[in-house]
Design a protein around this ligand. Structure first.
Ligand SMILES: [Zn+2]
Length: 71
């Protein structure tokens, strides 16, 4: 079972941690890495609850390969 890792996304302006992203999207790497795995990165848009600053952060990354999924 893959381990779950909680990532903090702090506001670049004031450092307040944002909660859930209000928007997420996936970015699939067009080329596989050396181990022939495709990296899928999930980005999220966060909004600071304190100052309202919107910023982008990486929600999670996944690697898809012949040996299955690696988080
Ligand atoms: Zn802020």
């Amino acid at each position: 079972m893959p381990k779950k890792r909680t990532q903090q996304h702090n506001c670049p302006e004031c450092g307040t941690p944002a909660k859930e992203p209000y928007k997420t999207w996936e970015l699939v790497a067009p080329f596989p890495d050396k181990k022939m795995r495709i990296t899928v990165t999930i980005f999220g848009m966060y909004e600071c609850p304190k100052c309202g600053k919107k910023f982008r952060g990486v929600v999670s990354k996944a690697k898809l390969g012949s040996e299955g999924i690696e988080l």
